[in-house]
Each structure stands twice: as structure tokens, then as C-alpha cells.
Design a protein around this ligand. Structure first.
Ligand code: FAD
Length: 565
């Protein structure tokens, strides 16, 4: 790891005694599925909860989820089958305990959503019977969905409504968490990690505030914005991963970034995801010559695991000397397509693409951060007082590759567990807040770089060199490039003159550089291919040497191997 990153404890200097203070039992950072579900569980267990979101509560990866939620809800399906599918997808790296927890508790979490008013789609003509679909890697049609392809919106709205019905939850929107606070004996010493997380420093109403919390739940979502091609909204800048790393929590599997095979490829448009369910319902992938190529790469064709499909597309693009391939849905009944994928149909219409007549241009994009803050069966991180759930955490459910529709389920299952455990812990009241904590950072003497330029160049280099296909020399080059930017960006304090959006943009880039360095170093370290991590120079899976996780903990510069099983 890079010294400019390992030596940074907080992004801003502060004197706690001089700042406005808030106190809560449980602080939840993030208002996606994991954070909302955690807040409900903590509130229902009697805790006072404060929930922060950096944008509005509706702006999250969760809101944009399309395909659905996987759960064993039918008599012909079984836990063992869902567990098996998840573990096959995870390529030997799943945590068996986490898999069993999510899959066995998942149905209860989903049925609870129905009680809270979630309107999942039903079979035609049968208002009581949920409709299920199939997705890649699942051997049973166990995916439920809402309004065709608006599952995330319905899920988020249901959870937000439920959160708002609890008097002991306060939501603070457009509130940016800058750093987790730890009760360090010596906050000036970068090697001192503190023994307990006691809340967060946040920018709320353009004011830096100390939020003291007996328990803190990090549910800050993913890292998709690290890549030029991404399905994630602009909030996904890996803030939580970086904050946890600075605070001394252990991170795991950072090389595991999942790329989604099918995003709309229209020049100038954002990379809108085209749900895997279109392939689940029978859509094909064809190249510029109209050739259906997936059979050349995997027996499951279009329903092969995501990493296989993404790599096959990249290879076919190379073979055909073209920029993209196509999704062919022309053979699917037009009215059913419209009913099943209304959001997608609307999007395609904007670009004058008629799925009944036209091929849909597609390309892969960064989609899901598998690596994250190492968390146990209650979402507890290695740092006392800190939990990590959802995309910010790494429970081990997904191993080296996530099955579609498993992450919303994970957010529900571990969100509920972490929330309840945090509330229990908060009642013990064994936390002392270091109210006089102070942290100083010397002003930078180095040149200022343009933050917008660094951000867009970082996203391009990550896409080119640390994307679907990786190799040693390119990773080494990327490490050098990140080291250069980090030297000039990590020593800056983005607060003195420009509080507000400009400061937030600066902190986000510092977080992105931190996590880009972790991903790149982890990808360099793992000299094999497994799941979504593919090394051109090490194309084989090496179970003799690499059945292990790579752990990262500041200020240690090298990864700590953690053998599996
Ligand atoms: C387009 C798309 C489609 C998807 N489809 C599916 C699907 O069909 N099925 C499925 O299972 N999964 C799907 N996924 C993945 C799934 O949506 C996410 O993995 C999941 O929603 C993550 O939930 P989360 O609660 O961890 O984070 P998010 O939902 O991303 O929420 C993160 C929250 O953290 C807050 N936050 C972040 N940083 C800070 C900060 N510094 N300070 C304060 N707040 C902060 C944000 O404001 C936000 O409220 C999809 C993802 C995308 C992008």
C-alpha cells in the first residue's frame, strides 16, 4: 500500500470540544436496503437511531435495483439448492455460515416486506401468488420482482415508509459522513488505530458536527464510481470502505469487483443497466454479425455466471473488432416485454430503440463491490463498536462472485441482524466518548491538482487496467499512477476555505484514491484467476496457494493472508 494513504487517519483536522455535538445509541451511515433495515431492527429493539444519507434517502444503489430479490419461497425450491448455487457462483470463497444465514433467514425478511406493504408482482390472474423468474447461476426460478423491473424502488419505498413510522429513528439527508471517530489514545499517531468506534464526524447543514454513537453501522454502499463504465449512481464513491480503513477496521477481498455484462451502450448516455432477467426470460446475446456467441463460452449460454458472460462479451468484441455486442429480444412477445420491463422499455424508447424490431447495443460495466469491511455473522467488524452491512461490508456471502438478486437479500438479512445486535450492545452502555478529542493535520506544501481531472482520469485508468481483465504490468503501472495522484491529493485538507459541495468532492476523491489503491494492490497480490478476478497472466484458479482471503489493515502495507476453512 502507499504511504500517503496508510498514514492518513482523518481527512480533516478537528477539535471536538469546539464543534456541535449530537448523541445517539445507534448511528447508521447509509439509507439503502442495508441501512434502512438495520435502522428498523435497532429501533424495534428500543434504540434511538440516527440515519445519515449523503444525498436524499431515495438516492442509493438500492433504488435502482431492477431484477429482483432471490429467496426460497416455493415448496419445490430448497435452501440447499440456493446455498449450492450461491457457493458454486462464489468459486470456493464463500463463507458457509454467512451463506446459510442469508438464505435461511431470507424468506422471513421477504415476507416481512409483504406485511409492510411491498407490492411484489403476482402471477397473471392470481393476485395472491407471487411471480418468480430465473437469473444467471440460479438453478430455480426464485427471483421475485416489483412493477416488472422496479424492484429496488418498491423495496426502498417500503423500507423508507417503515423507517418513517418509527418515532425513534431520525433521518438526516444530505449529511456527509467524513470519518469514523475512534477513541484513540493518540489521534496524532497514524499507527494508532484506536480500540473502539464511537461515532462519526459529518458535514450536516454545511457544518462539521461530531456524532457520538454507542454503536455505528456502516451501510454506505458500493464503489462503482471508481470505474468509468458503471451501473452505479454518483453516490457510490466507496466512502465507507475508505473511512473504515482509515479507522483501522480490517477490509477483505478488495480485488473482487463484479462487472455486469449488459448495460446500454449508446454514445453520450449513462450506462443504464439492462437487467439479467431479460436473458432469464429468453433474450440472446449476438455480435455485430448476428452470431449468438455465448454457446462458444459456456454450456449455460446467456445464463452463465456474470463474470463468464462479461469476459465472453469482451472477447467477442475483440474478435469482431467492434465496440459492443447486442442483446436480442426481438423474438420475445412485445406486450409481455413491455409489461415485464416497463422501465427498460421507456429507456429504450428515449433512444428510439424498439426491442421488438431492433437489437439493443450493450457493453459490460462495473456493478458491485464484493470486497469490503470484514464482518461476522452479526455484521460486526474487527473494530469494536463498528458494524458493516450491505455493499460496504464483506460477510463472505458472495465469495469471489455474486449471484444476481442475492445482494438485496443480504442487505435485508445482515441489516436486521446488525441493527438488533447494535441495539443490544448500546444498552450495555459501556462506551465513554472522548469529548475532548483533537486531531491536527499540517497544511500541504505541495501543488494542488484539479480534483475533477483526477477523478475522471482515475475512473478511466481503473476501467482500462483494473477491470474485467487484469495483468501484472498494467496493475503495476496503475499503482504508480495512483501513487502519484495520492501524493498530491491525500495531503490536502478540503475544508478550510470551501465547505460544502467542493469539500465533499475533495473527500470523495480522497476516498476513491484510497479504495482504488486497495483494489489495485489486492488484484496485484492475487496471482491467480477466481470468480470475478481475472488475471490474463495467471488465467487458472490455484486452489493450492490461493484458497484464502487477503485482509488489509492500516498501517500495515502488505496484505494479511487468511486461509479459508
Ligand atoms: C442498477 C443496479 C441494479 C441492481 N439490481 C439488483 C437486483 O436486481 N438485485 C439485487 O439483489 N441487487 C441488485 N443490485 C445491487 C444492489 O442494488 C446493491 O448491492 C444494494 O442495493 C446495496 O445496498 P446498500 O444498502 O449496501 O447500499 P446503497 O443502496 O447503495 O445505499 C448506500 C447509502 O449510503 C449512503 N452514503 C454513502 N456514502 C455516505 C457518506 N459518506 N455519508 C453519508 N451517507 C453515505 C448513501 O447516501 C446511500 O443512502 C443492483 C445495483 C445497481 C446499481
Amino acid at each position: 500500500m502507499l504511504e500517503s494513504i496508510t498514514q492518513r487517519r482523518y481527512l480533516i483536522p478537528f477539535n471536538a470540544a469546539r464543534l456541535p455535538q449530537q448523541f445517539t445509541d445507534v448511528l447508521v451511515i447509509g439509507g439503502g436496503v442495508a441501512g434502512l433495515r438495520a435502522a428498523i431492527a435497532a429501533a424495534d429493539a428500543g434504540a434511538e437511531v440516527l440515519l445519515l444519507t449523503k444525498d436524499t434517502v431515495a438516492e442509493s444503489n438500492t433504488w435502482y435495483a431492477q431484477g429482483g430479490i432471490a429467496a426460497v419461497l416455493q415448496p419445490m425450491d430448497s435452501y440447499e439448492s440456493h446455498i449450492h448455487d450461491t457457493e458454486v457462483g462464489g468459486a470456493g470463497m464463500c463463507d458457509e455460515k454467512a451463506v446459510r444465514i442469508v438464505i435461511e433467514e431470507g424468506p422471513t425478511r421477504v415476507l416481512e416486506l409483504l406485511e409492510w406493504g411491498a407490492n411484489f408482482d403476482k402471477k397473471p390472474g392470481n393476485p395472491h401468488d407471487l411471480a418468480f423468474t430465473l437469473e444467471g447461476g440460479h438453478s430455480f426460478a426464485r427471483i421475485i420482482h416489483a412493477y416488472g423491473d422496479a424492484t429496488g424502488r418498491e423495496l426502498a419505498q417500503t423500507l423508507i415508509r417503515t423507517v418513517r413510522s418509527r418515532e425513534n429513528i431520525r433521518i438526516s439527508e444530505t449529511s456527509f459522513a467524513i470519518d469514523l471517530i475512534t477513541d484513540d489514545a493518540d489521534s496524532q499517531n497514524p499507527a494508532s488505530n484506536g480500540s473502539r468506534c464511537v461515532g462519526a464526524i459529518a458535514l450536516i447543514d454545511e457544518q462539521v458536527q461530531m456524532i457520538w454513537a454507542k454503536r455505528t453501522i456502516l451501510a454506505s454502499g458500493g464503489a462503482g464510481q471508481l470505474y468509468r463504465e458503471s451501473t452505479n449512481p454518483s453516490i457510490a464513491t466507496a466512502d465507507g470502505h475508505a473511512m473504515a480503513y482509515r479507522a483501522g477496521a480490517t477490509l477483505q477481498d478488495m480485488e473482487m469487483v463484479q462487472f455486469h455484462p449488459t448495460t446500454l451502450y449508446v454514445a453520450g448516455a449513462s450506462r443504464a443497466l439492462i437487467t439479467e432477467a431479460v436473458r432469464g426470460e429468453g433474450g440472446y446475446l449476438v455480435d455485430r454479425n448476428g452470431y449468438r456467441f455465448m454457446g462458444d463460452y459456456h454450456p449455460a449460454k446467456e445464463l452463465a455466471p456474470r463474470d463468464v458472460v462479461s469476459r465472453a462479451i469482451v472477447e467477442q468484441i475483440r474478435k469482431t473488432h467492434y465496440t459492443h455486442v447486442y442483446l436480442d429480444a426481438r423474438h420475445l412477445p412485445a406486450t409481455e416485454f413491455l409489461e415485464r420491463f416497463p422501465q427498460l422499455a421507456k429507456l429504450l424508447e428515449q433512444f428510439e430503440i424498439d426491442p421488438a424490431k431492433d437489437l439493443i447495443p450493450i457493453h459490460p460495466a462495473a456493478h458491485y463491490m464484493i470486497g469490503g469491511v470484514d464482518a461476522d455473522e452479526y455484521g460486526r467488524s474487527s473494530l469494536a463498536g463498528l458494524y458493516a452491512v450491505g455493499e460496504a461490508g464483506c460477510s463472505g456471502l458472495h465469495g469471489a462472485n455474486r449471484l444476481g438478486s442475492n445482494s438485496l437479500l443480504e442487505g435485508l438479512a445482515f441489516g436486521a441482524r446488525a441493527g438488533a445486535d447494535a441495539a443490544r450492545g448500546a444498552k450495555e452502555n459501556n462506551v465513554r466518548f472522548p469529548l475532548r478529542l483533537e486531531h491536527k493535520i499540517p497544511p500541504s506544501t505541495k501543488t494542488e491538482l484539479d480534483i475533477t481531472d483526477v477523478k475522471s482520469s482515475l475512473r478511466s485508468v481503473m476501467w482500462r487496467n483494473v477491470g474485467i481483465e487484469r495483468d501484472g504490468p498494467r496493475l503495476e503501472e496503475t499503482r504508480e499512477i495512483i501513487a502519484f495522484w495520492a501524493r498530491y491529493v491525500m495531503d490536502k485538507i478540503f475544508i478550510v476555505n470551501n465547505l460544502g459541495p467542493a469539500a465533499v468532492a475533495g473527500w470523495e476523491v480522497q476516498n476513491m484514491l484510497t479504495v482504488a489503491a486497495l483494489i489495485t494492490n489486492a488484484a496485484m497480490s492475487r496471482t491467480e484467476s477466481r470468480g470475478c478476478h481475472y488475471r490474463l497472466d495467471y488465467p487458472r484458479t490455484d486452489n493450492t496457494h490461493w484458497r484464502l482471503h487477503l485482509l488489509w489493515k492500516r498501517p500495515i502495507e502488505t496484505p494479511i493472508p487468511d486461509p479459508i476453512g
